[in-house]
Write a protein that binds this ligand. Structure first.
Ligand SMILES: [Zn+2]
Ligand SMILES: [Zn+2]
Length: 351
């Protein structure tokens, strides 16, 4: 689809939509699993023939930058009430789509755009997920700085349109176009190629994602230490050593995770000998089941600190486990579902 194709039909109901429609809005869209509230709002607007930018006014908001992304962070009670009345989607369902619970706030990507190539974008996406969706939508977990891969497809996420390098700006869409088309250039994000991601980085990403629920973080005494150490992952060296994780692009964060978790220290997949078996038995004694999130938070905080010679998150609990060994054990205990995307199809090797 080209920019010419996606020019909006002449629609004049945007400003007066609230007055025209009395009870329920004509079309209701069901929230999808782990859908971000802003994504649902953009789909709801489109389904009812209103552009996302015009829909801001329907909700009594200024259609400026981030209007829907701001609702992800905090949904005012009057807007929740209006959405419930007009769609039948309950306040609990609406709250579940926000970021106010379930995910550690400190690890969310910030709402800003300084235009710098290596700086963070507020939202990431998996082009294969978007391509598989009947109605493409953005996931809550794609707002986390600790995420660089897709759980479903194993491929690296993107945070920019591969055609114009602009960030996702569906909230600013003035045309009547689904949200998987770039607002700036009209590129279909489902068509993007899949950037390379090393197996070691994919495992680190999956391990962090599995244990980093807000509930687990709040319950573990080592939770705040782990959050601090995750934020300072770039300090392992290289171009980004003075930055914090949330300020960096997906490509830059992937680079940091790869430095932290050097492939040369990673055991070759499938290789087995006596030494490896012995080490595996030692690790099995030291490493708790992956369901024990509290213990894993402490282990990961200690291991990330150990890489930089920092004190243990809790005294007397330094196990001496290296990060690649910890993640190797994690990968065996919690095998990934599905084969990595880059093993199935051709990929580009570098961002
Ligand atoms: Zn995916
Ligand atoms: Zn674009």
């Amino acid at each position: 689809m080209t920019a010419v194709d996606i020019v909006a039909p002449a629609i004049s109901i945007g400003e007066r939509y609230r007055d025209v429609v009395s009870d329920r809005w004509p079309v209701t869209v069901a929230p999808q699993p782990d859908e971000l509230l802003s994504s649902w709002l953009h789909r709801l607007a489109y389904a009812n023939g209103v552009s996302p930018r015009a829909f801001a006014r329907v909700l009594g908001l200024n259609p400026g930058m981030w209007w829907s992304a701001a609702l992800d962070m905090r949904l005012p009670a009057d807007i929740a009430k209006l959405l419930y009345a007009k769609t039948g989607v309950t306040p609990d369902q609406l709250a579940a789509m926000t970021l106010s619970h379930g995910l550690p706030k400190e690890l969310l990507l910030p709402l800003r755009d300084n235009g710098h190539r290596d700086s963070s974008a507020w939202l990431q996406f998996c082009c294969r997920c978007l391509a598989d969706d009947a109605q493409p939508y953005f996931r809550r977990r794609w707002r986390l700085a600790t995420r660089v891969s897709c759980t479903e497809h194993g491929c690296r996420l993107r945070d920019r349109c591969p055609s114009c390098l602009g960030r996702i700006a569906a909230f600013d869409q003035a045309a009547l176009v689904p949200q998987h088309y770039c607002v700036a250039c009209g590129y279909d994000l489902r068509r993007a190629s899949i950037p390379y991601l090393s197996p070691a980085t994919r495992t680190l990403d999956r391990c962090i994602d599995d244990i980093c629920s807000l509930e687990a973080m709040t319950q573990s005494p080592s939770g705040p230490v782990l959050i601090r150490r995750l934020l300072s992952m770039p300090s392992v060296g290289g171009y980004y050593s003075t930055m914090i994780l949330t300020s960096l692009s997906t490509a830059a964060r992937t680079y940091c995770a790869q430095r932290l978790n050097l492939p040369s220290e990673w055991p070759v997949e499938g290789a087995k000998d006596d030494d490896e078996e012995r080490e595996a038995r030692r690790l099995r004694r030291l490493i708790p089941p992956t369901s024990d999130h509290r213990a894993w938070i402490e282990l990961l905080a200690n291991t990330l600190g150990r890489r930089r010679g920092r004190p243990a998150a809790s005294k007397g609990n330094e196990t001496g486990i290296k990060l690649p060994d910890l993640l190797g054990a994690y990968a065996k205990m919690s095998p990934a579902s599905g084969r990595p995307a880059q093993e199935r199809i051709g990929t580009e090797r570098r961002p």
